[in-house]
Write a protein that binds this ligand. Structure first.
Ligand code: ACO
Length: 340
């Protein structure tokens, strides 16, 4: 039995905000943002758009190969057994899950649906959750895995040290349980996954308001902070170590060297994190796929967006070995070894 990715999709809002656009209202500039992060622009959703809207768009693409036919997507959705959606910026706080909103909009009536919260590692966690739910079942065959985020809604637009980093977007994959082997000759699909967490770093990336620890009180207005706070230096240090450790373990546990790997798809948080990890590992820059310049950090959406760009751009060939590596709020980290 193998778990294979059979479709990819993405959705980004049409409104593109460049560094120069931000510099009109914020004490920042293109030179600082590019040199410290590699970011050139981000896409920001309009007020009417919620997490599930981007998720739905990406899901439809993943279900149909992007042919744009609504009926084909809805027809394909009927074959789904599970929907797992990773997000830190859900439509609603707590209940219902955004996955349930997407399930209803897709008409995927036979699919179970749930959200996963693991910060920017969310997609890796969601993929492993969905794969596990397929693997242990005799009847479930196909799952939709989505990462969708509207980080613009939780960014503090007056804090230049955080807001310049984030963007909105969604990415999705359809995975299927197939007869191909997972080990040995002819193996395919999702070969190996690492998941990890270090809750001692919870405070380094945190939205303090609105939960049961610090609920809204009667009379409060939403102008009070509901923002994402970040200890940039602590996250940076954690990220570089988590990145190098996960990359090394994924290769070592499978007896692989860097020459066996076609491409590494990192979470697009900061190009400098990728460069620092690459340097430590002695991996040349061209092994890493980066699209952070266009989308900034879209948290759990960044890896499935990258997968879709590569897939649609014809850059993933059957037999390619791919590493995905992510790290983020929680703190969490993880990665996959995938044979395309
Ligand atoms: N424009 C101009 N100047 C700025 C900006 C900005 N947008 N932001 C900060 N500065 C200034 C600071 O005020 C500071 O000025 P000072 O020296 O006069 O005090 C100076 O730049 C340096 O600030 P630092 O915070 O030390 O900058 P640093 O080089 O550490 O870079 C950064 C900051 C980019 C946030 C870095 O710490 C980082 O990348 N951390 C990891 C962040 C990350 O990856 N987060 C997401 C991961 S998890 C997830 O994806 C949700």
């Amino acid at each position: 039995m193998a778990i294979e990715i059979i479709g990819t999709g993405k959705a980004v809002p049409p409104r593109r905000v460049t560094n120069d656009d931000l510099a009109r209202t914020l004490d920042t500039g293109d030179e600082w943002i590019r040199s410290h992060t590699g970011i050139g622009a981000r896409h920001i959703a309009d007020e009417r758009t919620a997490c599930s809207d981007l998720a739905l768009e990406a899901a439809k693409e993943a279900l149909t190969g992007g042919d744009g036919r609504e009926e084909a997507a809805l027809e394909a959705a009927k074959t789904l057994d599970i929907i797992v959606l990773a997000t830190a910026t859900a439509d609603y706080y707590g209940c219902p899950s955004t996955a349930c909103v997407v399930q209803e909009k897709l008409g995927a009536r036979q699919a179970a649906a749930m959200d996963v919260t693991a910060g920017c590692t969310g997609f890796i966690y969601a993929l492993e959750t969905a794969a596990g739910l397929l693997a242990i079942s005799k009847t479930r065959k196909r799952a939709l895995v989505i990462g969708s985020e509207l980080l613009s809604r939780v960014a503090n637009w007056e804090d230049r040290s955080t807001c310049v980093l984030f963007g909105d977007g969604a990415g999705a994959v359809v995975i299927e349980k197939t007869e191909a082997p997972q080990e040995g000759p002819g193996r395919r699909g999702l070969l190996r996954t690492i998941l990890g967490a270090d809750g001692s770093g919870a405070e380094h990336l945190i939205i303090r308001r609105g939960g049961t620890r610090n609920p809204f009180k009667a009379g409060e207005t939403l102008e009070l902070p509901v923002h994402l706070e970040m200890n940039g230096q602590a996250v940076y240090n954690f990220a570089v170590k988590a990145f190098t450790d996960t990359c090394t373990r994924l290769m070592e546990e499978d007896g692989l060297g860097i020459d066996d790997i076609s491409l590494i798809i990192p979470h697009q948080a900061n190009a400098r994190i990728v460069q620092a990890a690459g340097k430590r590992l002695g991996i040349p820059e061209e092994k890493f796929f980066l699209n952070i310049e266009e989308y900034a950090n879209t948290s759990s959406a960044s890896i499935p967006i990258a997968l879709d760009e590569l897939n649609r751009g014809g850059r993933l060939k059957r037999g390619d070995l791919i590493l995905t590596i992510a790290f983020g709020g929680g703190l969490t980290y993880g990665g996959n070894l995938i044979l395309w």
